[in-house]
Design a protein around this ligand. Structure first.
Ligand SMILES: Nc1ncnc2c1ncn2[C@@H]1O[C@H](COP(=O)(O)OP(=O)(O)O)[C@@H](O)[C@H]1O
Ligand SMILES: [Mg+2]
Length: 235
């Protein structure tokens, strides 16, 4: 459903993503792992239309995304959970969630979508009148994921949802992502947390200095001596 072909993305003149090709099939959970500064956010922001491609193409269901304005991408079934969550801290949980359903079809089913989000995250129902800025980091991440789900995406893009969270909360976030995938949503997850990302992904790409240096089933990649040494802390 998502095909990225020979993508190149730059910040001003500094190229941060070189010649990256990857695919996500319908209902597939794919991860892109790599260290800090590898280009993960640049890559996912380009897919979400927030940064222009300098070269290469991004297609969703065969349609080139360069021609779709970013605010309309949700109509085509794409939603992003950005790095650092980007909530409106002075707005309530429910107001933040409602920002996520600007596609007409999703907006018409807003009540139903809210119910689904609250069923997924019961704590958000309890706290729906609370200002987002006063929630814990884990709860804020749930709001960010819930906001993306309000658009009823077929492909969910997640940029390091575990960043800055306590280990126990990280486990919960990965369980939530696995649950969303089990409900039939395709997921592209970029992560530094390679152990947890490999545990839930069907396929993985390793990104280093803006380039894909390895790809395959997580179980195969985890047997690769160089990857074990670089990312899994094993000789
Ligand atoms: N807004 C920006 N302006 C200039 N350079 C940037 C900007 N954002 C990221 N970069 C650079 O692009 C490279 C990739 O960064 P990023 O995509 O944020 O990596 P990651 O998400 O894997 O940590 C880094 O060298 C970073 O310094
Ligand atoms: Mg990043």
């Amino acid at each position: 459903m998502l095909e990225v072909d020979r993508l190149e993305v730059a910040h001003a003149d500094a190229v941060a993503v070189w010649d990256v090709s990857l695919t996500v099939r319908p209902r597939e959970l794919v991860t892109v792992v790599g260290p800090n500064g590898a280009g993960k956010t640049t890559l996912i922001d380009a897919i979400a239309g927030l940064l222009p491609a300098r070269a290469g193409t991004i297609r969703l269901d065969g349609r080139k995304l360069a021609s779709v304005p970013p605010h309309q991408l949700c109509r085509h079934g794409l939603a992003l959970v950005p790095e650092g969550r980007r909530l409106f801290p002075a707005m309530t949980v429910e107001e933040n969630l409602e920002i996520g359903c600007y596609a007409p079809a999703a907006r018409r089913r807003r009540g139903q979508s809210l119910e689904r989000v609250y069923a997924t995250f019961p704590v958000l129902r309890e706290r729906r009148r609370t200002l987002a800025g006063s929630l814990s980091g884990g709860q804020q991440q749930m709001v960010a994921i819930g906001r993306a789900l309000m658009a009823m995406p077929r492909l969910l893009l997640l940029d390091e949802p575990s960043l800055g969270l306590a280990p126990q909360i990280v486990d919960q976030v990965f369980q939530v992502v696995a649950g969303i995938h089990a409900d039939g949503v395709a997921v592209l997850l970029v992560e530094q947390n390679i152990v947890q990302a490999f545990a839930i992904a069907a396929r993985a790409y390793v990104l280093e200095q803006g380039r894909i240096v390895a790809e395959g089933a997580p179980s195969e990649l985890a047997r690769d001596a160089r990857i074990r040494e670089a990312y899994l802390g094993q000789q």
